[in-house]
Design a protein around this ligand. Structure first.
Ligand SMILES: Cc1cc2nc3c(=O)[nH]c(=O)nc-3n(C[C@H](O)[C@H](O)[C@H](O)COP(=O)(O)OP(=O)(O)OC[C@H]3O[C@@H](n4cnc5c(N)ncnc54)[C@H](O)[C@@H]3O)c2cc1C
Length: 417
């Protein structure tokens, strides 16, 4: 497709907004469609980590073995709403099959191929949208109360970091204290993934990219995309709650809610949601200097501009189910043990839906059935990390440019196990 085409991007999260930005940059006439403000879906509430270090799939053999214990423990990072199980079962079975060791190795290579390219795409949007003040360097830190716990919790990741050339360093109690003086003294073992960065406000980051898109002439339609009008095999218009939007091409980037419209476009994808929560806590007098992951309890405490963001765990339930904040609230006392200066006051609570395919890979590519439909969803736990890169790749595909590496692992018509 040459430049100057009309393109509708559905979904204004980090992924859709990045697609809109890169497509507009290529000279297309892009309309971003969402019933909500940019960055206020799942991209609002993440921990903010730009994680070049992420290489492991969502489920690994170790996690599978721990499953019964995790489901029995009310403070564990995994919960399931049993009423949703019958609908979820096919997705769960595929997820489990993808945890076989040989599969994990292959999937990790495809995740690593994306995360090793994430920083250049972020640097471009940071520079062109003037977002430098929102981004921090300094890595992210895993902490534990014993070296044995740290080694066990990080074993799969360390093996994959070694394989894919991601750098990390071990820290003893004194090293931890140097980096993070506010941590509790019983934390004696740490591991720093120094290349990771983080953003001080993930929502403002997306809105900054949206601003860059609008400044280049991009258009905004506050509406829900409801279906497509076809002319032969091609989409001629997007049916929205605000009327028909004629178009030459469509990018579907509606996060965890992409499955139905993908189906209307002729693509069947086993997409489901890993729901996640956060609470915002006031910064203590001495706060954290970087995001910290607790190996004992599986939560993250991230120092953002509105306070410390405590995120933890996965809830398997319908994306439309009402939030249940009890589990995330139970983590607050555990966070206070990690950071003794922390008060138990909760400033705000939030719930969102990670879009996850059973092989942990996103779909990034052209529709196998509809010539002018491109798909960009399923970024699971690393959508902030991969959003700008996905935008760059979709723009390459629309332009017919070589993206520079093999995108076949991310096709929508791949084998899911
Ligand atoms: C607790 C938690 C912590 C996380 N931490 C990190 C982290 O530290 N680093 C990281 O990289 N990732 C993290 N993630 C993952 C990351 O947040 C997601 O992968 C990412 O936000 C997904 O972005 P998205 O654009 O695909 O989806 P969204 O941000 O959900 O955007 C999708 C948009 O599509 C819109 N939409 C839906 N249906 C329609 C429709 N029919 N018409 C028009 N618009 C529609 C929605 O309104 C929404 O705005 C975390 C996630 C959670 C839940």
């Amino acid at each position: 497709m040459g430049g100057g085409q009309r393109i509708v991007v559905i979904g204004a999260g980090i992924v859709g907004t990045s697609c809109a930005f890169f497509l507009q940059r290529d000279g297309h006439r892009v309309t971003l469609v969402d019933p909500r403000e940019p960055g206020t879906g799942t991209s609002f509430g993440n921990a903010g980590v730009i994680s070049r270090g992420s290489v492991a799939p969502v489920v690994t053999p170790g996690l599978l073995r721990e499953l019964p214990a995790l489901l029995a423990d009310p403070t564990s990072p995994l919960a399931i709403r049993w009423a949703y199980l019958p609908r979820l079962l096919p997705w769960l079975l595929r997820l489990a099959l993808n945890a076989r060791p040989a599969r994990v190795e292959a999937l990790a290579a495809s995740i690593a191929a994306l995360t090793e390219r994430c920083d250049r795409a972020h640097d471009l949007v940071i520079q062109e949208c003037g977002l430098g003040e929102l981004v921090r360097t300094g890595g992210w830190l895993w902490v534990a109360r014993s070296r044995a716990t740290l080694l066990e919790a990080s074993a799969t990741n360390r093996r994959l970091w070694d394989r894919f050339g991601r750098r990390y360093e071990f820290l003893d109690a004194a090293g931890l204290r140097d980096l993070e003086p506010a941590l509790a003294p019983d934390l004696v073992a740490g591991l720093l993934i120094g290349e990771n960065r983080w953003v001080l406000d993930p929502c403002r980051y997306v809105q900054g990219i949206a601003r860059g898109f609008f400044e280049r002439g991009g258009r905004w339609l506050r509406a829900e995309a409801q279906g497509f009008a076809f002319e032969g095999p091609r989409i001629a218009a997007v049916a929205t709650s605000a009327g028909l939007l004629p178009t030459d091409g469509v990018v579907l980037a509606a996060g965890a809610f992409s499955k139905r419209l993908a189906g209307v476009g002729g693509v069947s994808v086993p997409l489901d949601a890993e729901r996640g929560y956060h609470v915002m806590l006031p910064h203590p007098a001495t706060s954290l200097r970087r995001p910290v992951y607790s190996c004992e309890h599986g939560f993250v405490l991230a120092p953002l501009e509105g306070g410390l963001r405590l995120t933890g765990g996965v809830e398997l339930a319908s994306p439309w189910a009402a939030p249940d904040f009890r589990r995330i609230r139970r983590l607050v006392p555990l966070a206070q043990r990690l950071l003794p200066g922390l008060s138990g006051e909760i400033l705000s609570e939030w719930q969102g839906c990670r879009p996850t395919l059973p092989d942990s890979l996103p779909v990034i590519g052209a529709s196998p059935t509809t010539p002018n439909l491109w798909l960009a969803f399923g970024h699971q736990h690393i959508g902030l990390t991969l959003g700008p890169l996905t935008g760059r790749l979709i723009a390459d595909l629309v332009a017919g440019r070589d993206p520079g590496f093999d995108l076949s692992p991310y096709r929508a018509d791949r084998d899911w196990v």
